[in-house]
Design a protein around this ligand. Structure first.
Ligand code: ADP
Ligand code: SF4
Length: 689
């Protein structure tokens, strides 16, 4: 059972008029579903309740229609009609004794109002500050508006109470909430009693909290989420000023929720931020207040968590991503099952669901946001079907997850891997600069497989169609992965382009297999995710001169969605990587490449000693195709089903592979649903008029 070292994590603690059963606090986090997929979001929160969290919050909830952040999909509490949807959410959160929290956001200078078409109102008149530089400006709130806004917060608080919430978090962090806009001189240029001195800048939050206490404070705890450092220099709400603010307003909220800085800082990927990265910023704040504090830091280690509380740094362990990767994290600590924790790898794929307005995925937890849509429980698999055994070929993320999850269902599993270690691509990519935490994808599954009596792993076992037919397993799951292309075909070039073989050419696989280019290497990145940037770091470390050429407008462009693009550019530029944006490569010659401008098509030569092609990947589907061509032999061999999954089916990010593995396991021996939709969804109810 529970290790007594962690007892402290299970002590109850009061937050205003309510009491949390333990110190596990799921801070607000987006999920890409929001108001469009309310039942999916509610079920996701419900899984955290079951997993033992003491406090569970919604994502940010727009509390008035005059401030909304379309195209991003969060929650809405604009009118009474929104209450039932939110009630469903709080009911789910409270099912196992957790406190249900709602985060109220008035976005001010961060809300472009593209949907409501209202003129945005902010603390001071300024251009809207969003990811997308919308060509919209906000007007300054006048005194009457401030009165209105105070009333709207009270209305939202009353509606939150009616919707069943125990806690309200006022959003003033990450640059997104109006409370921060009042507090920071970067966004507050007012000369009235709401601007100037810190006392004046803190007036609005004091007024709102007093109003809300009068309205709902007898039953609802009020928390305030502020950033520990706005990280924009002296003008912003700096860590020193945050400390001053807390000291001056010691007991203002019932709990201080301290986020790191910008969202990019607070949700920094593991490539750039360690566990507990906010420690220096939060240390010592506890002495300035009598109220409890929650802080974040991608906490996955119970030892670090216990230390944070024992040292008096934090009272609650705030988690967003660790609770996504493993909704049952508290329960596993409570039951002494530390080894079973599915640790977040800090890849920020979950964030991309929000940034792309789709629905979130998690690399480690394929069931995330599928709890309602597909009925996938994060810990329990469906029962076993009619057949009894499965041969999984390939031990990358897809094969490992398929093997783990079918074994969980009770099938006998043989896992055949051509190489000598488990993990496939992550076994290699974890050794690249900054990606070591990604190895957790393999580590978690390797341990789980080692605990199961019904799984056998076979190494050095490169199977072909013949051997598969000889083995005679009933179900064959082929997860043989993919390899990087050597012909440069990707987006700029849909067919191969001229290459002189006298130029040393490399693919990412070559580098991961130990090849060592020398001299000046041109990286031609037409993949646009992390690989080009990571390998630029590797090559600099190996002493090469590096020029990164990409047809995109940003280095590692898709990492805008994982909140790390700016860090990648900064790191590469600081290391001395020469960066050529908006340029492609049209030909590779003996001792130079010809690059072209993506707009004018004008070309110029770039002399180099080697070229690294980061283009696209080719599926390793030969085994599958051979087996498919011998379909007539399957019945005699006892084979009932053959399925191709993961990168071998269509290459993608690791999260796509674990999802494919999990889906395979869920659907094995399942009923044929024909043309039916394989997930549930909600459709807006049509108005009767
Ligand atoms: P995914 O991301 O889809 O899981 P990976 O490329 O990470 O794919 O992993 C594929 C794994 O399959 C690799 O470890 C590779 O060694 C293994 N593999 C490829 N072909 C075979 C084969 N014919 N027999 C057994 N293992 C194979
Ligand atoms: Fe962690 Fe990645 Fe899952 Fe997000 S997607 S919770 S960062 S493992």
């Amino acid at each position: 059972m529970r290790d007594p070292r962690y007892d402290i994590l299970f002590e109850p603690m009061q937050i205003g008029p309510v009491t949390a059963k333990n110190r596990f606090y799921q801070v607000p986090h987006c999920n890409g579903g929001g108001y469009r997929d309310p039942s999916a979001a509610a079920a996701m929160r419900g899984s955290k309740a079951e997993g033992g969290w003491g406090v569970i919050f919604t994502e940010q909830c727009e509390m008035h229609h005059t401030s909304e952040i379309t195209p991003f999909i969060e929650l809405r509490l604009w009118e009474d009609k929104d209450i039932p949807m939110l009630h469903k959410m709080s009911d789910k959160m409270k099912e196992h004794g957790a406190l249900a929290g709602i985060q109220l956001a008035y976005s001010g200078v961060n809300g472009p109002n593209l949907y409501s078409k209202e003129v945005p109102m902010a603390v001071s008149a300024q251009p809207i500050r969003t990811f997308t530089n919308d060509p919209v400006q906000a007007r300054a709130l006048d005194k009457a508006d401030i009165k209105d806004l105070r009333r709207w917060f009270v209305n939202a608080a009353k509606r939150s109470k009616e919707a069943g919430f125990d806690l309200i978090c006022l959003y003033g962090a990450h640059g997104f909430g109006i409370f921060q806009h009042f507090l920071s001189r970067a966004t507050n240029h007012r000369t009235d009693e709401y601007g100037g001195s810190l006392e004046n800048r803190a007036r609005f939050v004091n007024e709102v909290i007093a109003d809300m206490r009068d309205a709902v404070g007898d039953t609802i705890g009020i928390t305030l989420r502020v950033s520990l450092d706005e990280t924009i220099g002296d003008l912003g709400f700096s860590n020193a000023e945050v400390r001053e603010f807390v000291e001056m307003n010691r007991n203002l909220p019932d709990l201080w929720d301290l986020a790191q800085g910008t969202w990019e800082d607070c949700s920094g990927p593991s490539r750039f931020k360690e566990e507990a990265a906010q420690h220096e910023l939060v240390k010592g704040i506890h002495e300035l207040t009598d109220k409890p504090i929650v802080g974040v830091g991608r906490f996955t280690s119970p030892d670090v968590m216990a230390k944070m509380i024992k040292s008096g740094t934090l009272d609650f362990i705030g988690c967003a991503r660790p609770s996504i990767a493993d909704p049952f994290l508290p329960k596993k600590i409570e039951e002494g099952r530390i080894e079973d924790i599915r640790e977040c790898i800090g890849c920020n794929i979950c964030v991309t669901g929000d940034m792309t307005m789709s629905i979130s995925r998690c690399t480690q937890n394929p069931t995330f946001m599928e709890e309602w849509r597909k009925g996938w429980h994060p810990e329990r698999m469906n029962t076993k079907g009619d057949s009894s055994n499965v041969l999984v070929i390939g031990a990358g993320p897809a094969g490992l997850e398929a093997a783990r999850a079918v074994a969980e269902r009770g099938y006998d599993v043989a896992l055949a891997e051509a190489g000598t270690i488990l993990g496939g691509r992550v076994a290699r990519e974890r050794h690249l600069p900054g990606l070591s935490a990604w190895g957790r994808v393999a580590d978690y599954r390797e341990y789980q497989l080692s605990q199961k009596a019904n799984v056998e792993s076979y190494f050095d076992s490169a199977l072909d169609a013949e051997s598969i037919l000889e083995f005679g397993f009933e179900n064959v799951c082929i997860a043989t992965g993919a390899k990087w292309r050597r012909d440069g075909v990707s987006r700029q070039h849909v067919v191969p382009f001229p290459m002189d073989m006298a130029m040393p050419l490399f693919t990412p696989d070559d580098l991961m297999n130990g090849a060592s280019p020398t001299g000046h290497v041109v990286i031609y990145d037409d993949d646009h995710y992390y690989m080009g940037g990571v390998l630029a770091e590797l090559l600099i470390q190996k002493g090469c001169r590096v020029t990164l050429v990409t047809p995109a407008a940003y280095v590692s462009e898709w990492t805008l969605n994982t909140l790390e693009q700016h860090e990648i550019h900064r790191r590469l530029a600081t290391m001395g990587v020469e960066i050529e944006l908006n340029r492609g490569v049209t030909a590779i010659n003996k001792d130079y490449v010809e690059t072209n401008c993506m707009f004018t098509d004008m070309t110029r030569p770039l002399a180099c000693d080697g070229v690294l092609l980061v283009s696209s990947r080719m599926e390793n589907s030969a085994v599958y195709n051979d087996l498919k061509s011998r379909e007539v032999d399957w019945a005699d061999a006892g084979i009932k089903s053959v399925k191709l999954i993961g990168d071998a089916n269509a290459p993608g990010p690791i999260a796509w592979a674990t999802y494919a593995g999990h889906r395979y396991a869920r659907e094995l021996d399942g009923e044929d649903i024909g043309d039916a939709l394989p997930f549930r969804r909600e459709i807006t109810q049509l108005s009767v008029d």
